[in-house]
Ligand binder design. Structure first.
Ligand SMILES: [Zn+2]
Length: 53
């Protein structure tokens, strides 16, 4: 399960494996699946991530 997070009124979805946040749940899910299986980051996926400050 990806983690949901509210930041400035915007809902973000967090990959629990690597900590990247996404506006779309599908990307967070893809990221988490990838991270758990490959133990690395997929650039095609993380380019959709939004920075957390
Ligand atoms: Zn990830």
């Amino acid at each position: 399960m990806v983690k949901e997070l509210l930041k400035g009124g915007v809902k973000l979805y967090l990959c629990e494996a690597c900590g990247f946040a996404y506006k779309e749940k599908k990307w967070a899910q893809k990221c988490q699946e990838w991270c758990q299986q490959q133990h690395s980051c997929n650039l095609e996926i993380i380019q959709h991530a939004v920075p957390l400050e």
